[in-house]
Design a binder for this molecule. Sequence first.
Ligand SMILES: [Zn+2]
Length: 250
Amino acid sequence: MAKLYDTHCHLYSEYNYDLNEIVENFKKDDIGFVINNGTNFKTNEEVLSISKKFSSIKPAIGFHPEDLDNFKEEQLDQIIQNINNIIAIGEIGLDYYYSENSKDLQKKVFEKQIQIAEKYNKPVIIHSRNAFKDTFDIVKKYNVKGSWHCFSGSLEEANKIIGLGFKLGIGGILTFKNSNLNEIISEIDLKNILLETDSPYLSPEPFRGKRNEPKNVKIILENIARIKNIDYINAAQIIENNTLETFRMN
Ligand SMILES: [Zn+2]
């Protein structure tokens, strides 16, 4: 039986996860590994130190577009210095949801991180909210691949992302009543999909509003298998292959 992978979560101490317990349950929950994403210098340090203690909580570090208040350009060295220890550069991208004031800074920091990913041949984990065109225009300039995390756009956008060689990170939004993700999943090939939770956020139904947990990727996979009308075990196998390929684990 293939394993399940949470390719995007934030397991920081501020959210009071019992990491020993989570990791002890990985076997029972059929989890192979999870990817813990940093968002700023401090959470990146935490992600790195957690990964030294728990080999199945893989580190991705990066500077998130909504987390640039204390950003200094020399902090990008944190990525380069740890490049051989991380599974991906993330969470990085553009977010114009709250304010467009920092667009220029967001674009600059994002593009520099994409350049590092290209130079060191590392996968990226992309965050894009209300900023599809600008995100896409930056990514397509470079030879990079990875996960387009928390995808919730149109079918046209999904196909553009797939055309770049990226996978779509699919999480709890799939279970929300007002989401159009069902229709998109039914139109695209399973080989373009990764599972994720974005823990502690975006818990799937029936746990919406509660703290999310990596083990909830099972709920996402059950929904995907139902929408695609294929066997759960087959779906797990295909998505396992996608995951290992995207993060160069095979
Ligand atoms: Zn995230």
